[in-house]
Design a protein around this ligand. Structure first.
Ligand code: E4P
Length: 226
């Protein structure tokens, strides 16, 4: 399962990239607005940092297929080839996906709440379909089950579309999808940091250090012991 960062704050992105193996960055209009800077300024800074090979997912804002297509083309022109045009999975969006995929653009079908939406997006040529796990949970339906169902629909129908699961509230949701082998998950920085924020792990490592220092002296490591 690929792991992407769902945020547009360059400092947070840099920090996560420093420690973890990350495959790219996803944004949406709300995430960009939260960052407070101009959209292309924010996105170009992210692109420059992650490099031209990494995935960057950027959402269109228009409401008609014709405008979504124009917006998608402009986004890729500005941010490079490995930029996925995120398009909401509504009727106008599906129309735009059909056209843009025919022209070879990379597409992420977003705002997916139901398996049938994902099926339609895959038929329209989307490379990724993004189910909103936690938002689905909040509707009283199981977001993990919906995502697994989408995975099975793609597999059982030979559809090439991958899942880019989104909208997570905790590590367990991510882990369950990793176990199921979905294509990718995009996760907020604080949740990624929480994956490994565990006092049991830290105290196990501290005991190793203490034992070693008991033998060789304070501050000694395998670099400078006898
Ligand atoms: C990604 O495609 C979505 O825009 C995002 O993950 C939604 O997350 P939220 O439900 O935490 O806003």
């Amino acid at each position: 399962m690929k792991l992407l960062i769902d945020d547009a704050n360059i400092e947070k992105i840099k920090k996560i990239y420093e420690y973890y193996a990350i495959d790219g960055v996803t944004t949406n209009p709300s995430i960009i607005a939260k960052n407070g800077k101009k959209p292309y300024e924010t996105l170009k800074e992210i692109r420059e940092f992650i490099g031209k090979e990494a995935e960057l997912h950027v959402q269109v804002v228009s409401s008609t297929a014709e405008e979504m297509i124009k917006e998608g083309k402009k986004i890729v022109e500005e941010l490079g080839e490995n930029t996925y045009v995120k398009i909401p999975t509504v009727p106008e969006g599906l129309k735009a996906m059909k056209q843009l995929s025919k022209e070879g653009y990379k597409i992420t079908a977003t705002a997916i709440y139901t398996p049938i939406q994902a099926y339609l997006a895959a038929k329209a040529g989307a490379d990724y379909a993004a189910p909103y796990v936690n938002r689905i949970d909040n509707l009283g339906t199981n977001g993990i089950e919906v995502t697994r169902k989408i995975h099975d629909i793609f597999e059982n129908n030979g559809l090439k579309t991958q899942i880019l699961a989104a909208s997570f509230k905790n590590s367990l949701q991510v882990l369950e999808l990793c176990e199921y082998g979905v294509g990718a998950s995009t996760v907020a920085p604080d949740i990624i940091e929480g994956f490994i924020n565990n006092p049991n792990i830290s105290s196990a490592v501290e005991v190793f250090t203490e034992d070693f220092e008991g033998l060789c002296g304070k501050g000694k490591t395998m670099l400078n012991c006898d």
